[in-house]
Design a protein around this ligand. Structure first.
Ligand code: 5IU
Length: 270
């Protein structure tokens, strides 16, 4: 099945250039960790990016929570990303009508298209949102851009389930040029009858809600362990407070990287 294919193999074969780059980074740095840097000042954001850069494949931001944001924040973040060879994922969760999300993606004060390799979107509003974001990518000059569809959520009582999740997969299949995968808690695109990978299809699964030590927080977040997420089909593990909120984020990042990579290797061995 698909889960026994290595990152190196997927780096060679994936039809999407950004996905190839992502798998090549994972293979080279031997990490499937995406740190969720939910920090609120430019200084903290850049210092955690610099410190954790060597151990991560992806740096996930919520750029609208930075209290002192200027274009310098993201200019500098891009420089750190180049230096340490990781991709930037802005967790913006686009959800509006096509005409609005194009403006939110391309323009405004944040100019997310200019600096974020990966963005995500909900298909609550229908597939037009994916058309609109795809067109922004096609009309722009940056070629290494990709979209993740928000197919599930980890918060208690999430309504992103069942038919909604199924529709997410169907819409992704129609937009393979720019949709590189899903934010989800498990493998979603296997053939429902055989459980085998669908030929020619290689969606990347990013799983949030990962913690080695905690089961949840006071606001409804629900966690699973790195090993559990990898067993369920995750390709990249998104870790926030588990890494940045302790006294030694670098040591935590290494621990999550080791746990994630070990689980990946044992999955390869089947
Ligand atoms: N996030 C989730 N669950 C989801 C989705 C996104 O937690 O279903 I979609 C985001 C929220 C936060 C990060 O930015 O992932 C998780 O942070 P912690 O690891 O600190 O809980």
């Amino acid at each position: 099945s698909r889960s026994s294919v290595s990152h190196g193999e997927r780096a060679k074969c994936h039809p999407n250039a950004l996905a190839r780059r992502l798998f090549a980074i994972a293979e080279t740095k031997q990490t499937n960790i995406a740190v969720s840097a939910d920090l609120t000042t430019t200084r903290e954001l850049l210092s955690i990016a610099e410190a954790l850069g060597p151990y991560i494949a992806v740096f996930k931001t919520h750029i609208d929570i930075i209290s002192d944001f200027t274009s310098d924040t993201t200019d500098q973040l891009q420089r750190v990303a180049e230096k340490h060879n990781f991709l930037i994922f802005e967790d913006r969760k686009y959800i509006d009508i096509g005409n609005t999300v194009q403006k939110q993606y391309r323009g405004g004060a944040l100019r997310i298209y200019d600096w974020a390799h990966i963005i995500n979107a909900s298909v609550l509003a229908g597939e037009g949102i994916i058309d609109a974001l795809s067109r922004t990518i096609e009309n722009g000059e940056e070629r290494d851009r990709g979209i993740l569809i928000l197919a599930e959520m980890t918060s208690k009582g999430s309504l992103a389930t069942g038919e909604y999740t199924k529709a997410s997969v169907e819409i992704a299949r129609k937009h393979k040029e720019h949709v590189i995968g899903f934010v989800a808690t498990r493998q979603l695109s296997a053939d429902s009858r055989s459980d085998e990978a669908v030929p020619g299809e290689d969606f990347v699964i990013f799983t949030t809600g990962i913690s080695i030590s905690s089961k949840g927080d006071a606001l409804g977040q629900q966690y699973q362990s790195p090993a559990s997420a990898m067993e369920r089909g995750a390709d990249f593990l998104i870790v926030g407070r588990g890494i940045y909120s302790g006294s030694d984020p670098v040591a935590s990042a290494k621990a999550y990287r080791d746990a994630g990579w070990e689980a990946y290797l044992s999955r390869l061995e089947g």
